[in-house]
Design a protein around this ligand. Sequence first.
Ligand SMILES: [Zn+2]
Ligand SMILES: [Zn+2]
Length: 434
Amino acid sequence: MASSLRQPRAEIREIFYTLFSKFTCQKKACYNFYIYLQGTTISLPVTICRGAKSSAEKEERLKIKIFNREICVCALLATNSICAKSSAEKEEEMKSAVFYGRHDLRIEEHEMPAVGTKDVLIQVKACGVCGTDVHIYEGDKGAAEVTPPAILGHEFSGVVKAVGSEVTSCQIGDRVCVDPNCYCGACDPCRNGAAHYCEHMIGYGTTVDGGFAEFCAVNERQVYKLGENTSFEQGAMTEPVACCLHGIDMCGIQPGSQVVVIGGGMIGLLMLQLAKLEGAAKVALLEPVPAKREVAAGLGADVCMDPIGRDVKAELKKAGFTWVNTVIECVGRPATIQQAIDIAGNKAVVMMFGLTRPDETIAVKPFEIFQKELSLKASYINPYTQKRALDLIDSGRLDVESMICEVCGLEKLEEVLSDPAVRAKGKYVISPEK
Ligand SMILES: [Zn+2]
Ligand SMILES: [Zn+2]
């Protein structure tokens, strides 16, 4: 079967053309196709690179990955045939922040996303700036698979402005947020309860265009309706909360536990609250920035400590942390991960939640892990937790707003991404309307 696909024969090409005729106008995109061919269903993760356009004949170069073989089809396709929009719609543009590569973000007019039959067009009202966006902006390899030019932003909410013909779960006017990680449902990980390791994952705001724009088209499967009590800013926080829920689920916190959270950024402040909701008796937060410690105290941290130049372990003990059961590291630096291992008590779980750079290493003393029977854990994205996150936010039992320092327009995004001093103030939310 695979060999018959090595060369795209006429009929296969015919199928592709039919598919592409329903296709979007995005400059590049990664899609999953399921094609019924010779009695077999074949899943085709397809990356389409439409970068090189020869002017006169509007030649489109389609790069098709089939079973990890790359097949380049240079086909003469009229632009109209791969573009589902009418000429009138084509005039429409939207303001967006387009990432062109390391330290290169441009605010520009971008063609409107096309709405596929199962897609929902969302007018973005709020989109959080995440550490992952910073990693991408800095060009860190491995943070996320991004092929510029791309519209980043994966923590967003908004209003449904249009729906595809096959959409059944959403209506125009619905207030919604998005789970940006789209799974194929058919690969081994998807069929074994680990969809976040999907072999064909599509990420809105990473592998395909996301929410740092006035509009974003999203498959209805990824769309969640906001609760009545949830604002757009709160709705945009659903994704980071969902990530935290996946992490906290792995921490094994029991009622009465002693928990230390390292780092008082958005994630640390969410983890602090979630640890309390899990029933922790005492939660300490380590954070050098006074303003963040203040927010943490307001959110119920029992101890807020500046860890710089202090014997943290001794002071925690003095403050009643006699047996630290869980340490949640939310900074992503080797030094703070080592500190987490040091602070952890016997049989503790050390949750390494903060993202280090992919090539960074830490020195670990295996004897210390042995002696304390430590469990070192990590948590990757947000499988199956988006709905819980949404309900939790809507219940009012989780404060996702105290850590938002500013809601600003797209123009400020580059400053936020490039300046750590700006980011130190707290969580930024972009409102493309501003
Ligand atoms: Zn994020
Ligand atoms: Zn999959």
